[in-house]
Design a protein around this ligand. Sequence first.
Ligand SMILES: NC(=O)c1ccc[n+]([C@@H]2O[C@H](COP(=O)([O-])OP(=O)(O)OC[C@H]3O[C@@H](n4cnc5c(N)ncnc54)[C@H](OP(=O)(O)O)[C@@H]3O)[C@@H](O)[C@H]2O)c1
Length: 259
Amino acid sequence: MSGEHNPGGLVVDDSPLVPGSLSNQVAVITGGSRGIGFAAALGLAKLGAEVILIGKNLENLTQANKKLQDQGLKSSSFVADVADSKQMDQICSEILKNFTPTILVNSAGVMSERTAKTLRTSVDEWDRVLSINLNGVFNSIRNFAPIMVENRNGRIINVTACLGRMSGPGTNGGLAPYRISKSAVNALTKNFASETGSGKRGVLVDAICPAHCQTDMGGPDAPRTAEQGAETILWLASRPLKEDTLTGFLWEDRAIVPW
Ligand SMILES: NC(=O)c1ccc[n+]([C@@H]2O[C@H](COP(=O)([O-])OP(=O)(O)OC[C@H]3O[C@@H](n4cnc5c(N)ncnc54)[C@H](OP(=O)(O)O)[C@@H]3O)[C@@H](O)[C@H]2O)c1
């Protein structure tokens, strides 16, 4: 994954994040048990949000939830495979009985096999990666976005990757299921942002590229920490809604980068 980082665009706002600014907000984070999703959950909770973690592995989820609660932060966790629409419907309806989410971070994701050039990709591998990375985002959005649309209050942040960009590194070949799943989530993001009025109706929908980060996926030698990768998520989640708020874009380090 080295070489994925693409610094470039103009940083649109470098103001500091303000502790307490997200009190009264409820943030759902898929993939919140580890890596960038956990860093996002920790950061959002420190800004005051109540966080809800979704992950597949109960042990990882329990540990992550405990780490947050041990710091006095408000969190809870729910086990589901994001790729499984029935499991997602079930836990999401449980969540919606007790919470009104205002922030949704879709970070759950898997890398494809390193050898996965298009003609070396098995049908099973294709289905595995696409069902988690793409269908997982759809399963999350179709459950959590309606209440945000209804309340005209939502921030939806999809963690994609520069490897999913149609410009630059996204189409250089290799890692086909991964790259294509991330390109598809970029498309989902732009399309859904348009469908929700591009911010005019209170819901902001964006994608971020965290760049290459030290996580289980990124490996220990990655140049950035998970916290650095998550910073733009916190910023996007914290943005007030104004006439000129930019939404429906792919962001990296608070700057818009080409899809
Ligand atoms: N790290 C990087 O350098 C990098 C670069 C660009 C983009 N990204 C993207 O950033 C996101 C987070 O990556 P990461 O590096 O933080 O990965 P990670 O450390 O491997 O963590 C992946 C997270 O996704 C969850 N997850 C995986 N499959 C799931 C499923 N089927 N259902 C529910 N949860 C599932 C995992 O939960 P369990 O503990 O239950 O498995 C875990 O919380 C991914 O979408 C990735 O593509 C990462």
